[in-house]
Design a protein around this ligand. Structure first.
Ligand SMILES: Nc1ncnc2c1ncn2[C@@H]1O[C@H](COP(=O)(O)OP(=O)(O)OP(=O)(O)O)[C@@H](O)[C@H]1O
Length: 286
């Protein structure tokens, strides 16, 4: 599956909020979307989901135009899941089970094995089945967020949009949640569009990164290329580098050596940094 935009512009209240946007979203990729407040990230996500009825340019799915209604307006794309910011605010059923059963019914038009599917999605999101009878309001913030995400995953979307899914979570809950989403994505080979202001998470999880700047897509490239080779794009957008990359640059400066980690993930960077450090220690000892 490939979603593609070609020369798309979006105007709202007479102002162009996305300009000449062209990109492709490939199957099985974790694509992070970064940029300052107001850069156009959420508008891009809504556009992909089909929530923006009218725009100029082309939006295709597997090279075919996406369906429109009789007035030519874009329709909501059902196979895309959208987790809005603070999704737990949209939980309204009295138990976790009812919330997920409701989501399953409306999103999937479902009449099959409700309970088994609900338990499976709970498991994917690291939630115990013991919580099925609990009121969502008894859950912790992290658990509530997971239930809200599970209610989107239950429709088995082929592309999942997450708009700042970890906002307000503590560091441990944040990592646990992202790990669960990554496990889901990898097992099913799904595409994730991840909007985030946390550059460390972006470096850790992304295959590709899209930088938005003032309504324009500045660049779409692999996370490794962006954070290890082409950091000028981050400077151009006024965005900070992930902390491990900042450390890498500092050590390079201090050691006078170019360090080439295999990826921009923290573990790979720290491994290289440690070996440079150790090599210097041995030199000093000698
Ligand atoms: N319904 C609307 N009507 C008019 N302008 C809008 C509307 N929705 C968004 N905008 C404008 O479009 C621009 C992009 O907004 P958008 O929400 O896409 O930014 P963002 O990058 O997601 O920001 P943030 O990081 O704060 O969520 C902003 O200037 C915003 O004010």
């Amino acid at each position: 599956m490939v979603y593609a935009l070609k020369d798309v512009s979006v105007s709202m209240n007479g102002r162009e909020v996305l300009q000449s946007l062209s990109c492709t979203l490939q199957e099985g990729k974790w694509i992070s979307v970064i940029g300052h407040n107001g850069a156009g990230k959420s508008t891009f996500a809504k556009l992909i989901k089909g929530l923006i009825p009218s725009f100029s340019g082309e939006y295709t799915y597997n090279q075919q135009p996406l369906p429109r209604d009789s007035k030519g307006n874009m329709r909501v794309v059902p196979q895309i899941g959208y987790v809005f910011q603070n999704p737990e605010q949209q939980i309204f059923e009295t138990t976790v089970y009812k919330e997920l059963a409701f989501a399953q019914k409306i999103k999937k038009g479902h009449t099959g094995d409700t309970k088994a599917e609900i338990e499976s999605v709970m498991h994917q999101m690291g939630l115990s089945s013991d919580l099925l009878d609990a009121s969502p309001y008894q859950l912790s913030g992290g658990q509530k967020r997971r239930v809200a995400i599970a209610s989107v995953l239950i429709a088995d979307p082929e592309l999942l949009i997450l708009d700042e899914p970890t906002a307000g979570l503590d560091p441990l809950s944040r990592i646990a949640l992202l790990e669960e989403i990554r496990a889901w994505q990898r097992t099913k080979n799904r595409t994730v569009i991840f909007i985030s202001h946390q550059m460390e998470d972006v470096a850790e999880y992304s295959d590709e990164v899209m930088i938005f700047n003032r309504g324009r897509l500045l660049v779409q490239m692999s996370a490794n290329d962006l954070f290890l080779q082409h950091t000028a794009f981050m400077e151009q957008a006024g965005l900070p580098l992930p902390e491990p990359v900042q450390l890498l640059k500092l050590i390079e400066e201090l050691s006078g050596r170019i360090i080439e980690p295999v990826s921009c993930r923290e573990e790979d960077i720290m491994q290289q940094v440690r070996s440079v450090w150790q090599a210097r220690g041995i030199q000093h000892d000698g």
